[in-house]
Ligand binder design. Structure first.
Ligand SMILES: *Cc1c(COP(=O)(O)O)cnc(C)c1O
Length: 391
């Protein structure tokens, strides 16, 4: 199986695959949500399982011929439970967002209040953005970071929870660079009597390597995207306490999904095995060391990093001092072969489309073998490009 099989029937798409390979080879990706999946994961994704229809769950399928698929899904599920220390795991969600939808479906009714970190402060669109189903069908309420330290304001969060009495309290996001105090959030959820959902899409790969608190120790339900730091296939996983098993299983199928992607489930099983090895733990530690080194060097070079640094794989870098918008900074870096996301600051005066920040992350560069010394070189290159782009 190779691009040649595509080329013989579809040269246009084969060319595009080649162009994407070229783009990847010629650029450095600091996109925080991306990584390079492992060869074993990619092989499993391309396997026969991709053709298999298996609606339902092991032993309770709609289609025939599911005996091997059943064994596979049971294996993947058991590995997920072990890896994350969870009583219940569901490996069928087609993506992290699909896993999020299942959480809403299992725990909330339309109109219920959901309290989550503001999108501008590092949250995620599935946590109540008006443009997303979560903000349309539920009542979004948000908490923020403190203006001074730019870390989550747990006192204000508690007050907000007491006032709004949310059905679900959400921890996690895609632009927050500090460990989250899950214990504090658990106690707030208990005080209010709501469900604590930890959206660990980004950080799951770090947690399993022992970096930061383990979400399953605190949450009622945890969601994960396997294509991020875990280096697995594009897909979602739900982990929960046993008492929520039925509600979550029914929410994924039949409420939200038809057949699962069995090839993705095969690849998830592989990723779970790979990420329980010492080599993976080393990788995850290097991801974090690299992010710290990158952020520290950018600060040395005169940039401001939100909250002053990072505990995880990403940093949000304020580029206002370079005289550029986040968008202009991202464009200038892209032209120099460094791919980043434009981002907003927690209290950004600029419109979202411009932003005053870039978000950088180290999963991909680390997967490509770069270390702390390389991060210093990379940070210096970023500083040069931004200085050169200044009007
Ligand atoms: C990436 C992400 C998701 C969505 O995951 P997909 O797999 O892209 O659907 C959900 N929540 C957070 C916090 C994320 O970072």
């Amino acid at each position: 199986m190779s691009t040649d099989d595509v080329r013989s029937v579809d040269p246009r798409v084969a060319d595009l695959i080649g162009a994407e390979e070229g783009r990847r080879a010629d650029t450095v990706s600091l996109v925080a949500s991306e990584v390079v999946s492992t060869p074993a994961v990619r092989a499993a994704l391309a396997s026969e399982f991709g053709d298999k229809y298996a609606e339902g769950y092991p032993g309770r399928r709609y289609q025939g011929g599911c005996e091997v698929a059943d064994e596979l899904e049971e294996l993947a599920t058991a590995r997920a439970r072990d890896l994350f220390g969870a009583q219940y795991a569901n490996v069928a969600p087609l993506s992290g967002s699909a896993a999020s939808q299942a959480v809403y479906a299992a725990f909330a009714q339309p109109g219920d209040a959901v309290l989550a970190l503001s999108l501008r402060h590092g949250g995620h669109q599935t946590h109540g953005s008006r443009a997303n189903f979560s903000g349309r069908w539920f009542t979004p309420v948000s908490y923020q970071v403190e203006m001074a330290g730019e870390r989550i304001d747990y006192d204000l969060l508690r007050e907000s929870a007491m006032f709004h009495k949310p059905r679900i309290l959400v921890a996690g996001g895609s632009g927050y660079s500090r460990h989250i105090d899950f214990a504090a959030m658990r106690s707030i959820a208990d005080e209010v009597g709501c469900v604590l959902w930890i959206d660990a899409a980004h950080i799951a790969g770090l947690s399993i390597a022992g970096i930061g608190p383990s979400p399953t120790d605190f949450a009622d339900v945890v969601t994960v995207s396997t294509q991020k730091i875990m280096r697995g296939p594009r897909g979602g996983v739900i982990l929960a306490r046993a008492e929520h098993a039925d509600a979550l299983s029914r929410a994924v199928y039949p409420f939200l999904q038809g057949g699962p992607n069995m090839a993705a489930i095969a690849a998830k099983a592989v990723a779970f095995a790979e990420s329980s090895t010492p080599a993976y733990r080393e990788y995850a530690q290097q991801v974090v060391a690299n992010a710290s080194a990158l952020a520290a060097r950018l600060v040395e070079g005169g940039m401001r990093v939100v909250s002053g640094g990072t505990d995880n794989h990403l940093a949000v870098v304020d580029v206002t001092r370079s005289g550029l918008s986040g968008r202009a900074a991202a464009d200038a870096l892209a032209a120099a072969g460094i791919v980043v996301d434009k981002a907003v600051l927690p209290f950004d005066p600029a419109p979202v489309a411009q932003g005053s920040a870039i978000r950088v992350g180290t999963p991909t560069v680390t997967a490509n073998g770069l270390g702390v010394d390389d991060m210093v070189v990379l940070a210096d290159r970023i500083l040069d490009v931004l200085a050169g782009a200044k009007q």
